[in-house]
Design a protein around this ligand. Structure first.
Ligand code: ATP
Ligand code: MG
Length: 359
């Protein structure tokens, strides 16, 4: 394969360093097995960076990320920094990083794991064959529109402006089609076009972009209907694409299909192939330092990096398959063990080692 791909590794706080360590080990195994070459450079971010550099996102970390092909992040935050002022909170680093790196979409795949059917909030027959990805717009919509708050004789009045530019819709919808082309070739565009003008623009743009992808099916779905379908017929979805707030809500809803927050990876993408990869879960301060965190979400995030930033599809599939196999064989970190269940309990390091063996 071509020149070494550069990965900025930002372990962060809490369980971040423990789970990222396993991901780097697994990526070393991928190098060996698939003959590709990865170069890892470490940077600090979050609470640890506040303590050592006075800011959650030091300039050298930002520069490091900009020089790399992808970023692998653990998690940031924890009780030690909760009382800090908003501008120097650990979480601030993520928003800033996404903005500086021009990342406008957030991808959250949700898949079913054999052997974990009983962990899901839904019946096994409903989650069977679930394999979907929610593509959420990240930089526009009601979160970033103008906000007002005024006093009137009738009491206070507040407003949030939901605004989308055509180009913002176009780039995210196009990304969804690109992803769908490499999957089951179906895009569900989720909106509220019966009520919102921004949704009517969204629909129009989605139709236009779909012309360029004749082999991908586009369907439109109202967000309220979609919320129901996700729990009733989740296996019918392939790629869902939607605006910022709908995506926020639907991706959390879809997350419960899997069974544990320790299993959910994510990617934030922009133009080109650069991406930031991190588990959906936080820094889990309650279990940090104990070596028992589930590294699966981070390993699956690393697999997404191989797929979306490096185009190493075979290697990406191998990592995903290995994680699934380890779980299917009955190995469980504590978060996956239900009371009364007899399973083979493993810690973070052992789980990583099993995945490496599987690859
Ligand atoms: P944030 O605000 O960063 O999302 P949070 O406190 O809301 O943080 P998490 O840090 O994700 O959420 O933790 C929520 C719960 O899930 C905690 O009990 C934590 O121990 C558990 N948890 C999160 N990630 C993992 C993991 N990888 N393995 C095991 N348990 C986890
Ligand atoms: Mg949280």
């Amino acid at each position: 394969m071509s020149r070494a791909k550069k990965v900025a590794v930002l372990p962060g706080d809490g369980i971040g360093p423990e789970i990222v360590e396993q991901a780097v080990r697994v990526l070393h195994q991928v190098e060996k097995k698939f003959g590709c070459s990865l170069e890892f450079s470490y940077g600090m971010i979050g609470g640890g960076a506040i303590d050592r550099a006075g800011t959650p996102l030091p300039d050298e970390t930002l520069q490091l990320c900009k020089q790399c092909d992808a970023v692998l992040l653990g998690a940031v935050g924890g009780p030690a920094w909760d009382h800090y002022p908003p501008e120097i909170r650990p979480e601030k680093a993520l928003l800033q990083l996404r903005k500086e790196l021009g990342l406008f979409s957030n991808l959250r795949p949700v898949m079913q794991f054999d052997g974990l059917e009983s962990s899901s909030a839904l019946r096994p027959e409903v989650i069977k064959d679930v394999d979907l990805v929610v593509v959420r717009e990240l930089t526009g919509g009601i979160y970033f529109g103008e906000k007002t708050r005024i006093n009137t004789p009738d009491g206070e009045v507040a407003s949030d402006l939901l605004i989308y530019h055509e180009y913002e819709v176009e780039r995210i919808v196009r990304q969804a089609f690109e992803i769908a082309e490499k999957r089951r070739k179906k895009v569900t565009s989720v909106d509220k076009a019966n009520v919102l003008e921004s949704s009517r623009l969204w629909r129009k743009v989605a139709e236009k972009v779909s012309q360029e992808y004749p082999d991908v099916t586009l369907e439109h779905m109202l967000v309220d209907n979609c919320a129901m379908q996700i729990v009733q017929r989740p296996s019918t979805f392939d790629v869902l694409v939607t605006e910022n707030m709908f995506g926020d809500i639907l991706s959390d809803e879809a997350a419960v299909l899997s069974g544990s927050i320790g299993l959910l990876p994510s990617a934030s993408l922009g133009r080109g192939t650069f991406g930031l990869y991190e588990p959906v879960h936080g820094s889990a301060p309650d279990i940090a330092g104990q070596g028992v965190a589930n590294p699966a979400a981070t390993l699956l995030s690393a697999a997404m990096m191989l797929r979306y930033s490096f185009g190493y599809h075979e290697a990406a599939n191998a990592v995903e398959e290995a994680v699934k196999q380890v779980i299917a064989k009955g190995f469980r970190t504590p978060d996956l063990i239900k009371e009364g269940q007899i399973k083979m309990a493993v810690d973070t390091e052992e789980f990583g080692a099993l995945v490496i063996k599987e690859i």
